[in-house]
Design a protein. Structure first.
Ligand SMILES: Cc1cc2nc3c(=O)[nH]c(=O)nc-3n(C[C@H](O)[C@H](O)[C@H](O)COP(=O)(O)O)c2cc1C
Length: 367
């Protein structure tokens, strides 16, 4: 049976061909010890990485200890972490057909926090926390007890090197795609937004200056990864705050990244300021993905309250995006891609052991 569903068409990003357009969004699990993937990741990634989605993007992974959001975040700043992650996903990669990408991240001023399920409080230095670097010494919340410190040129060079080293480690363990976290108020977004970046050197002030460091980091990662490996970014298209990072700034950044070999844009929003007013509703970020796709022609991922297969299909049919990322719904309904295949008459990879459970129609399954 052939399908006309767009969600179930393959998609090529640089040298990587995904079986379909379904992406499992990166989702922090706050369950690592010293940055090492362990039993929880084996269960979590094993479950989701065998559900037939085209791509799973592993959670925000710190490029250095101080680049983590919480002490429980995954890391790729040493070889032991790379080996633990390789071993954690080994079985899933044997039985599943989902490609594995990873999101490389530095939290900047949003680091040094407890996991949300432990209250999400800021951890003081010396009590499990650390000094947080940022473009400027401006705290996320004015109530933050220990504000970040403004990074020196040396600090910035180290972060750039850390991103490049983490990317090399990811490649060395067979990760097939790299996403740089430039969204949700983390370090690279902090450089972009005039609300967090008030530097007076060549990395602050004008839009061109604020984009400079994130672009340097992108270049370093691009240069340290094979030319055929897809490297892209996650971007917050707007801060949702008057005077903050805007949609037109996003388009300027994406135009520039396109010339530097950026293979995809994953379009999210917000996260930089506690003053944000997000009009959350089904598909509320899709319009941003559509403008990035239209402006650049680069493969674009839509995300945010996309929960129904028909909704995902419509976004692709209207050419508002090329790929669809699903976050929370993938946690509550880990076999969402099976349901999507059933509803859209798509073909999906199902491990042989589970074939008898495919809902209703064996024709949707491939082994
Ligand atoms: C538990 C959880 C962890 C998340 N961690 C990350 C992350 O590591 N990196 C990131 O860019 N976004 C992260 N997000 C945001 C999701 O990737 C996604 O953009 C968001 O949940 C909206 O999509 P959804 O409505 O399909 O859930 C996280 C969301 C959740 C619920």
């Amino acid at each position: 049976m052939t399908t006309t569903s767009r969600l179930f068409q393959p998609m090529t990003l640089n040298g990587l061909t995904l079986a379909n357009r379904i992406i499992i969004a990166p989702m922090c699990q706050y369950s690592a010890t010293e940055g090492l993937a362990g039993d929880w990741h084996r269960m979590h990634l094993g479950k989701l990485g065998s559900n037939g989605a085209g791509l799973l993007i592993i959670e925000a992974t710190g490029v250095s200890p101080e680049g983590r959001i919480t002490p429980g975040c995954l890391g790729l700043w040493n070889d032991g972490q790379a080996e633990a992650l390789r071993e954690t996903i080994r079985a899933t990669r044997t039985f599943g057909k989902t490609s594995f990408g990873i999101q490389l991240s530095h939290a900047g001023r949003k680091g040094s926090h407890d996991a949300p399920f432990n209250g999400g409080r800021r951890l003081p230095t010396g009590a499990g926390g650390w000094e947080t670097p940022a473009p400027s010494a401006i705290a996320f919340q004015s109530s933050d007890a220990n504000p970040p410190f403004a990074m020196s040129r040396e600090d910035m060079d180290k972060v750039k090197d850390d991103f490049a080293s983490a990317a090399r480690r990811a490649v060395s363990i067979g990760i097939e795609l790299i996403e740089l976290h430039m969204a949700h108020g983390y370090l690279l977004h902090q450089f972009l937004s005039p609300l967090a970046n008030q530097r007076t050197d060549s990395y602050g002030g004008t839009l061109e200056n604020r984009m400079r460091f994130p672009l340097e980091v992108f270049r370093a990662v691009r240069e340290n990864t094979p030319a055929t490996l897809p490297v892209g970014i996650r971007i917050s298209a707007t801060d949702w705050v008057e005077g903050g990072w805007s949609e037109s700034d996003t388009l300027a950044l994406c135009r520039q990244l396109k010339t530097m070999g950026c293979d995809f844009f994953h379009v999210s929003s917000g996260g930089l300021s506690p003053d944000q007013k997000i009009p959350a509703a089904p598909g509320y970020q899709v319009a941003f993905a559509a403008s990035v796709k239209k402006e650049t022609g680069v493969p674009t991922i839509a995300v945010g309250l996309i929960t129904e297969p028909a909704q995902a299909e419509r976004i692709l049919a209207e050419e508002d995006a090329d790929l669809i990322a699903v976050g929370r719904r993938m946690l509550s309904e880990p076999h969402w891609p099976w349901r999507a295949a059933a509803e859209l008459q798509g073909k999906i990879h199902v491990p042989a052991q589970y074939l008898r459970a495919v809902p209703g129609d064996q024709d949707i399954a491939i082994r």
